[in-house]
Design a protein around this ligand. Structure first.
Ligand code: AHR
Length: 655
């Protein structure tokens, strides 16, 4: 009896050992699919103060007085008795893009009179940095001058400009600059008026001199750097639901976002009122970050531009309004003329505008989305009209089409079947699902039709609580589950051509939607654990998928292991990605099956935490972030200890 129990124990031990001892085999010389340069990209949407108050470095909120409440964000400062007045004035008949300005009357030569702008939850100001103030103004009568001053929350001055005299009654732009004496997270801007008389003001603006690539009136350098560090293959813009608008009147119209900023019509941001639990009444779109800037950003960070255009349908979660099919032409012209704006010769109307804006050479647009997250037969009708019009003029443009808001169910099945039958180019799948969904779906694309439309995993993020719950966290469990899932995307790179996490940015005080890839306040920014997963995949992309198996089986969840492997023709490396979702450390021997020789050292990057609830934050931005080490490679073998809850990347040079 005792002998039999011992034998059984030995058998159990053998089984356990055998599972762990089963090596991982990489078949390095047999590529199974090409990985597109576009594979891992970025989804940008102006949600959570991603543009105004975020990436677009303008510090003044409501600079042109076009918010519903024209003085929202502004406070009048004056002595008692009153020293002046501010009159909101509208010139709609002559300037429909920028109708409002303010008329400032200063009726006393003494006593303070001014306006304070509160910024986007304050203004982030850095010591010793230069700030550039501009304003459009004209004098109506008398003699008014102004100077500006940054102050901290106690009213202490952080820096002041020289005085600007407003002269002449034609609109002209005045400029001045000054250096900040201290760093402040929540500064405010005072505009002080001196003299006596009446002056008109518009486009009151303050930018840091230091922006991305030091471009005047440009983008926040730290935020663009985080994007560049992701090495994205594409950038999708401008969204998301913002493309659609809550109703057609507030849809995104790219032509209204190019040309001089003072001519770009401000409209409400659809996320202003979307969630009762996160109202953001001061959320508007200045379009200072418009389509030219998006294309330029794409070029700067080496990403293919992927604009998504409204297809005559407003958001189906809101008004669900569609434009009458007989009146679809302006929408189609928007699509055709965008291609001309991006790629056209400078002798064309829109190519010329691109040149005037500073970019004579084309932006090399190859991809375009028709509609965002649409569903139903009304989308199919519009899909047909758009596809015919675009393909007949630009047959090489690849079109991205919606299969609805969910990865399964009635809406998805209808569009998936219909658009496949119609030979759509690329289908845009969205999944905001629990972490378990991501782990369980690592094989989602294994059985997709290899000859059908390609897949763009256009919006995805594991939700720690529930979709649109304000309690969702960018925790390690979510990021680890996404990593597990992404090995399945990479293994199926012959079908999945592109993928992007969504949404991208969130201001820590101004957000509406969580989770988000990158969080920021007015001075600081950090990548979440999800960000590092994205970054590790994109910067270790490779060019060709090769098989990675254990016991001849793909690693897609058995024993809590997920894996994909690729070779990189450019660097001549073998790259492995292995995710261990278990709470146990797993020792694995890796055997490389190849005729090639390999260097004796592999570089290892690991993203890991024992705490599945771990998050990054402004205070601890790198709490969960990659660590690097090395491992020996002998006789095309290496031994890895895969830590609990870990995502490991191995790179080995082929000789
Ligand atoms: O990413 C947030 C929103 O989720 C997008 O705007 C929309 O496309 C999806 O419903």
């Amino acid at each position: 009896m005792k002998f039999r129990r011992l034998t059984f124990c030995a058998f159990l031990f053998f089984c356990t050992y055998a599972i762990q001892a089963q090596p991982i085999v990489v078949t390095a010389d047999k590529p199974t699919a090409a990985i597109q340069p576009t594979m891992w990209g970025i989804f940008f949407e102006d949600i959570n103060l991603a543009a105004d108050g975020g990436l677009y470095a303008e510090l003044v909120k409501n600079r042109s007085f076009e918010f519903f409440n024209p003085l929202m964000g502004w406070t009048i400062q004056q002595a008692s008795p009153a020293t002046g007045t501010v009159l909101v004035t509208n010139r709609l008949e002559t300037d429909s893009a920028n109708p409002r300005y303010i008329r400032v009357t200063r009726n006393s030569a003494t006593g303070k009179f001014g306006l304070t702008n509160e910024g986007f939850r304050g203004m982030g100001i850095k010591q010793n940095e230069q700030y550039n103030f501009t304003v459009w103004a004209k004098s109506e009568s008398g003699n008014i001058s102004l100077h500006v001053q940054l102050v901290d929350s106690t009213g202490k001055s952080l820096g002041e400009s020289q005085t600007i005299n407003i002269s002449g009654n034609n609109w002209q732009q005045y400029k001045t600059n000054f250096t900040a004496k201290a760093t402040e997270l929540k500064a405010k801007l005072n505009v002080w008026f001196e003299g006596q008389g009446v002056a008109d003001l518009d486009m009151v603006s303050l930018f840091p001199q230091h922006t991305w690539k030091e471009r005047p009136n440009g983008l926040r350098a730290d935020l663009v750097q985080l994007l560049a560090d992701m090495k994205p293959g594409f950038i999708r813009f401008p969204g998301g639901c913002i493309v659609e608008g809550r109703e057609l009147a507030t849809r995104y119209q790219w032509k209204k976002t190019v040309g001089p900023v003072e001519d770009r019509k401000v409209i409400v941001n659809r996320w202003n009122t979307e969630f009762a639990h996160r109202p953001t009444p001061d959320y508007f779109q200045s379009f200072g970050l418009g389509f030219y800037e998006y294309f330029q950003l794409a070029e700067d960070i080496g990403a293919s531009p992927l604009p998504i255009l409204n297809c005559g349908m407003a958001c189906q979660f809101n008004s669900a309004e569609v434009v009458d099919k007989t009146q679809l032409d302006p929408y189609i012209q928007d699509a055709l003329e965008l291609i001309e704006f991006a790629n056209g010769d400078v002798s064309t109307k829109w190519g010329h505008l691109r040149e005037v804006m500073g970019h004579p050479s084309p932006f090399d647009l190859k991809l375009m989305g028709v509609g965002n997250e649409q569903w139903g037969p009304q989308y199919v009708e519009r899909y047909k009209i758009f596809t015919r019009a675009i393909k007949s003029k630009y047959p090489d443009i690849q079109l991205v089409n919606s299969v609805g808001p969910d990865p399964d169910g009635e809406k998805f099945n209808f569009l998936n079947d219909t658009l496949r039958a119609m030979h759509a180019d690329i289908l845009d799948e969205h999944y905001y699902r629990p972490p378990s969904w991501f782990q369980n779906n690592a094989s989602r694309y294994d059985n997709y039709d290899r000859n059908g439309p390609k897949i763009f995993a256009g919006e995805y993020a594991a939700q720690s609580v529930a979709t649109v719950s304000p309690l969702n966290k960018n925790n390690w469990l979510c990021a680890l589950s996404e990593a597990a899932f992404m090995t399945g995307l990479e293994r199926n790179a012959d079908v999945v051509k592109m993928a992007s996490y969504a949404p991208l940015f969130a201001h820590v005080e101004g957000w509406q939607w969580t989770p988000d890839l990158i969080w920021f306040d007015n001075l600081n920014s950090y990548g979440t654990p999800d960000y590092y997963v994205q970054q590790l995949f994109a910067s270790n992309k490779g060019t060709n998928v090769v098989a990675i198996t254990s016991n001849n089986e793909t690693l897609k969840g058995k024993d809590s292991l997920y894996a994909s492997a690729a070779t990189d023709a450019a660097t001549n490396e073998l790259i492995l990605k292995i995710v261990n979702t278990s709470s146990q450390s797993v020792s694995k021997q890796i055997n490389i099956n190849s005729k090639k020789k390999f260097t004796q050292t592999a570089s290892i990057s690991t993203l890991q935490s024992n705490n599945l609830d771990a998050v990054n934050s402004i205070e601890a931005p790198k709490n969960v972030s990659p660590q690097t080490t090395e491992a020996d490679v002998k006789n095309k073998q290496l031994n890895l200890s895969l830590s609990p809850y870990s995502f490991t990347i191995v790179r080995v040079k082929m000789l």
